[in-house]
Ligand binder design. Sequence first.
Ligand code: SF4
Length: 750
Amino acid sequence: MSGPVKRRDFLKMMGVGGVSGTLAGCDLPSTVTLEEGKEDVVSYFMPEEYVIPGVGVWYASTCMQCDAGCGIQGRIREGRFLKVEGNPGSPINKGKVCQMGQSTVQAHYNPDRITQPMMREGGSLKAVTWEQAYSALTQNLNKAGNKIAWFSGTVSGHQSTLISNYLDAVGATVDANKSHFTHEVVNAAIWQAVNKDMLGDSLPELHIDKASLILSFGADFLGTWISPVHFAGKWADFRSPETGDGRGTLIQVESKMTLTGGNADLWVPAKSGSEGAIALGLANYVLAKSPGAGESLSSEQKSLISSYSLEKVATIAATSEDYIKRIGDALIKRSPSLVLAGASVEGHEHGYDAVAAVMLLNMVLGNIGKTIKPANTSPFPQLQTKPGNTRDLIEFTAAAKAKKFDVVFFSGANPLFTAPDSLALQDALDNVGFKVAVSTFPDETTMQADLVLPLSSYAEDWGTHVPAYQGDRNVISVQQPLMNNLHSDTKGLGDILLDLLKAKQPDQYNTFKDYYAYLQDAIKTLRGSSEIKNAEAGDKQFWNKALQTGLIEVKDQKPTFASNFLSNDVKINLPEEKADSAYPYQLVPSARLGLYDGRHANLPWLQESPDQISKVVWDSWAEIHPRTANNIGVKHGDIVEIASKSGTIRLHAYVIKGVHPDTIAVPLGQGHEEYGRYAKGIGVNPLKILEAKTDSKTGELAMYATRVKATATAAGKKDALVRLGGSDIQMGRKLVVTIPAEVLKRTEGA
Ligand code: SF4
């Protein structure tokens, strides 16, 4: 690149500003255009050389169906993208891929994709050209000045760099007000906050495979928690007598059975919100039975732990004292263990305190350094993940309500679907002068935008990603197109960002013909960093290798844990949640592998894939314990009305023992009012009736803290709940042969 760009500005443009290591004193790399680089790029951009009729070719890329960042390989035949498999070289998923990743193909060919720009005119969205769209955008941006914000899902890599650079370029951060909001309903934000405070590392490595026992408080690590395909690989080792220290044991404590809970050796139903108390009760039990343990605890911690007797804990959790004792004995016997905390622990007004109690139990058990170890972090601050959370949704709503923004861009997030009605986001958005949706599908937020910029599918786009949870090696994952644009009028996210930056800083960004050219230069710049592994080869070889493997290897960067973590006093305060006789049940809006937070409800493969516990397809249902169903007066399949102080939903009752009697669980994902033919009008969205309660320390939405009442009703829909899998009983077929414990004891002499 030539031109009057200062070195510091150049590094910021390229996403390596603020790097702790050194950057070799290379010349600023020159831009390689698509044409110039043609012979060397191993990508489907030169199909005529690589197409062999009838023969599939695999290209490496990165899965974008959730934010775990698994490496994938896409099979291409005669220019068509046909299939996804896992990239065996990826340290995250090691060749495996989940059903959401597999359904990339269906998202790519989805008939409801947005294919051209649209602008609001007379109350509805009308098709326009890119020129008309950009002209309207420019007018509104000029009027807005620096009152501009970006609202996205989790984002990392060079797309994140360009979002930040753009917001800086328009001065959106000059008054220190936040201007980039990242939002995810399925997140581990509080787990990360606690680990940051207690260990100094927000996402430590979890050595599931090295544990003899896992005690998981609602962490659905095989389904939706942090990096499920990575953990599923570790789980296979954990369960294998050959690779682990014998077959590991899993105890899952939760209010609603998750996919992970369904795989547990012991599943313990407990009231959601009681997990912190259970963890402290277990710490008390372990300390009493293990003289010498916990000597380094502070006196305050010791006194807190000693106040949680098993009897008290069993009452708080509304579960059996014997269960808790059994868990305590197992923890003492099977070391090292690993204790995890998922959404049901985090989702309360004292979620932070409950997760801190779980980490304290890990410390008492001596798991830190054995099954919980420092994790790799990216040495490139600009490329690091900006993880989504719910606090940003709340802060954004407040800022929009206060008329802080005149233009807001939305990409990779659908807040009008995920925000509870009690937040009044819809009203707040009325205060935003011009809403721009950068979107692939007509979701709820997109359909209320003033301008819609049609986004290419991720299988058509370029990018880099730095997954928050890195696995065994430190990498930057590369995303490359698996086929040319299906619809000629869509653009990639990087290209749209580059267009915005060119309009604002032409001297710096006009050099790049497109995002592909920018990324080539950015990767050349990365190669000059001392933090990059295998950078010996030339620029072209390095680029080709990145495309061939889908990865850029980065040197390990593992912090050491805070040395005082055991006595490090994070104050834990766990007041009991008050009972409310008018609203006797706790609403659990549960995420699941498949529809996830609702983003995959437009994919028929995932609608058709049965829920892992209930086996229901294409619908919503309320999981209710038989005793509770009896109290309410509903039978399996009846319609039940569930009402919180913030709203009401009506849906089928699904009577099941895999839920605590105090809990009513409703899966996330359905209830779309927009989002295309496969999603619109199906089921209900439990997020809509959540109260706007927050965690007292982090400000995250307390997603499991809404209390509800339930009544049988004749109103609402009547069609039957469709369930694959038929029956839970074996109908005398002896598929799984069982033997009563007494008989076993008699015959085996146990
Ligand atoms: S967990 Fe599944 S959806 Fe998420 S990145 Fe990995 S393969 Fe894709």
